[in-house]
Design a protein around this ligand. Sequence first.
Ligand SMILES: [Zn+2]
Length: 67
Amino acid sequence: MFCGSNWCGHMVVIPFDDLGLSDLTPFPDIRNHRRWVCQRCGSREVSVMPDWRDPQVVQAERLRQGS
Ligand SMILES: [Zn+2]
């Protein structure tokens, strides 16, 4: 998900498993399932979008960032 604030631009990647939703949940419904708030600026103007990248690429990025 991305923060929609122009000056913030905070991005958070949330593993789908953490949402506790069925794999069959239509993506547009995910937005409605929980209150999305930017953890940095508190904005609710948050855009939610799927992370279509290869899981191995995502994993490699996490390792590189040391988190
Ligand atoms: Zn923000």
